[in-house]
Design a protein around this ligand. Structure first.
Ligand SMILES: Cc1cc2nc3c(=O)[nH]c(=O)nc-3n(C[C@H](O)[C@H](O)[C@H](O)COP(=O)(O)OP(=O)(O)OC[C@H]3O[C@@H](n4cnc5c(N)ncnc54)[C@H](O)[C@@H]3O)c2cc1C
Ligand code: SF4
Length: 522
């Protein structure tokens, strides 16, 4: 028998990028907030700048099965425990552009958001001030309207300067990359020391991960955090239209019922959809918040390509942040692809390199071993350059999160992801791969190559929309079917842009939470 606990006003599920923000803002407004986190507790001082440590931050369980021809790189893209994926995210935070919000209306592709950029802009401005973003709004010539960044840009080492040469030679533009990393001390947090350990979590708190900004704020304001509490279902009343709380399990298998007036799911894209699908009951036979049948659909993942090259220059490639130094969004126009593919692209330029590990020097040439690898490492440590191209993925209903026939230890079906990268996204990726090598050659690389197609940022599955018959959530992130149930995170996006997802997910979470506070009794 599950144990029923004392009721709270709001239960937030997940302590990552969005859960931490939601908890902080609600607790600071005086609400009684409980945050349930499926993984372990950790503090900023528990982080270590080591690749072995970085592995501990990856997704732990439950397993997510892949069932389509392409992978969404779930284990690379997800995180577990306090801070979620956001603990080891790289903090590249460009805004979505105006076009991203109305692709269906303007181009007949993907889906429209239920509002325009102008409605999200104040929340971008609010969040960038709270976390202390670094950048140069004027030099970022593609950026939509917004307040200037509170801090000057992040470091540009020789790595960025050499690669910028290639863009310039081809008539392309670069700007400082917008980052949620402190270029100067800010609100009691220290400035970045440019040691490139962001992938292991930034132990000094210069990167705005949840352990550095919103979780401390949430706890200070009285929110309670409960780790090792794996949420399995949203519980509903007999009308099937009101959430009464959630069910969760401890690692030992004890089950609990946590009653709450409001439920906010922030358990990342796949797990949010899985929880809602697993919450099916007599009144909601296809899952909670799924009268439209779109729950789980429109899963998206940016096709990404890594470009590497060797230069005669001393690249200082060990310096800087993991996410890069410069940005190029010259190909952000939805119809700018020379081959006619639909969608936007961007370059993140000058990623700080480590000798090994996932994005390290050795992994850029997985085909060489022994003496050849030894020579390559000596060369690469001083002379390798690196950048990543990110491409838009079209929102397609056939790409989806479903329930598998396999079950977790608590008896609930695991998630199964059916995914095939959109044809246009693949074409954009091909253009990017060829263009990237050309840029490196124009920058003076004596050798340049690209890696295989990867996936960055997982979006969709619990999409917002104006029409309750075609979407899961309304324009505030609230379930059309269940007025006291909200979802936050990149899973709410109806289209993917080519911009990294976290700034937009945070801005949207801020919009949701402000709406909640303004309509508390409704
Ligand atoms: C290596 C890496 C680099 C990245 N770089 C960037 C970048 O540069 N820019 C960018 O914009 N984005 C980046 N991202 C993506 C970014 O981290 C995510 O978009 C963001 O963290 C998603 O926020 P979220 O709140 O939805 O999920 P998360 O931050 O992942 O938080 C989800 C939380 O929910 C918990 N949880 C899951 N299931 C349950 C459950 N059933 N019960 C209770 N708790 C549960 C998880 O343990 C986790 O703590 C990167 C991600 C990775 C992994
Ligand atoms: S490079 Fe900067 S943000 Fe990244 S881990 Fe080091 S100090 Fe932190």
């Amino acid at each position: 028998m599950p144990k029923t606990l004392e009721a709270v006003e709001v239960v937030v599920v997940g302590t990552g990028a969005t859960g931490s923000l939601v908890a902080a803002v609600l607790a600071e407004a005086g609400k009684n907030v409980l945050v349930l986190e499926g993984g372990h507790a950790r503090k900023l001082t528990d982080l270590y700048s080591s690749q072995t440590w970085a592995r501990r931050l990856k997704w732990a369980a439950p397993e997510v099965f892949g069932a389509g021809p392409d992978s969404i790189w779930f284990n690379f893209n997800a995180g577990h425990g306090y801070g979620g994926a956001a603990v080891h995210h790289y903090a590249v935070w460009p805004r979505f552009h105006e076009d991203d919000f109305h692709e269906k209306t303007q181009f007949g592709r993907s889906l429209d958001w239920p509002f325009e950029y102008s409605e999200l802009r104040p929340y971008y401005d609010m969040v960038q001030k709270e976390v202390g973003m670094s950048g140069d709004a004027e030099k970022e010539i593609w950026r939509p309207a917004g307040d200037p960044y509170p801090l000057p840009p992040v470091l540009v080492s020789n790595h960025g300067k050499v690669l910028a040469r290639g863009f310039e030679a081809l008539g392309m533009h670069t700007s400082p990359i917008p980052m949620a990393i402190l270029s100067q001390p800010y609100n009691g947090r220290p400035a970045c020391i440019w040691d490139g350990w962001c992938d292991a979590g930034c132990p000094i708190g210069a990167l705005a991960n949840p352990l550095a900004v919103y979780l401390p704020r949430a706890e200070k304001a009285g929110a309670k955090l409960r780790p090792d509490a794996h949420v399995t279902r949203v519980l509903m009343d007999s009308t099937g239209k009101k959430a009464t709380g959630v069910e969760y399990f401890s690692p030992a298998g004890e089950s609990f019922i946590q009653p709450a007036d409001k439920v906010v799911l922030c358990a990342f894209t796949v797990e949010n959809a899985r929880i809602l699908l697993n919450s099916a009951d007599a009144k909601n036979p296809n899952g909670v918040a799924n009268s439209s049948g779109t729950l789980g659909q429109y899963l998206m993942c940016h096709p990404a390509v890594g470009i590497n090259g060797l230069f005669d220059d001393d690249m200082q490639n060990f310096l800087g942040a993991t996410g890069g130094q410069l940005l190029c969004q010259d190909a952000f126009g939805k119809t700018s692809d020379p081959g006619g593919a639909f969608g936007s692209r961007q370059w993140e330029i000058g990623l700080a390199l480590k000798p090994n590990d996932l994005l390290g020097i050795a992994m850029s040439r997985p085909d060489i071993f022994g003496a050849e690898l030894h020579g390559f490492m000596q060369d690469g440590a001083h002379h390798m350059g690196s950048m990543v191209g990110v491409c838009e993925d079209e929102a397609l209903p056939e790409n989806r999160i479903e329930l598998s026939s396999e079950k977790d230890p608590f008896g609930y079906p695991l998630a199964k992801v059916v995914y095939k990268a959109g044809a246009d996204g693949v074409k954009l990726w091909q253009t990017a791969a060829a263009e990237g090598v050309k840029i490196f050659q124009a920058a003076g690389a004596r050798e340049a190559w690209h890696g295989p197609q990867g996936g960055q940022h997982i979006m969709g599955g619990t999409i917002m929309g104006a029409d309750p018959a075609k979407s899961v959530l309304d324009s505030t992130g609230r379930a059309h079917d269940v007025p006291n149930l909200f979802v936050a995170g990149p899973g709410v996006f109806p289209s993917s842009s080519a911009a990294n997802s976290t700034f937009t997910a945070k801005a949207m979470a801020m919009k949701s939470v402000r709406f909640m506070l303004g309509n508390w009794g409704a």
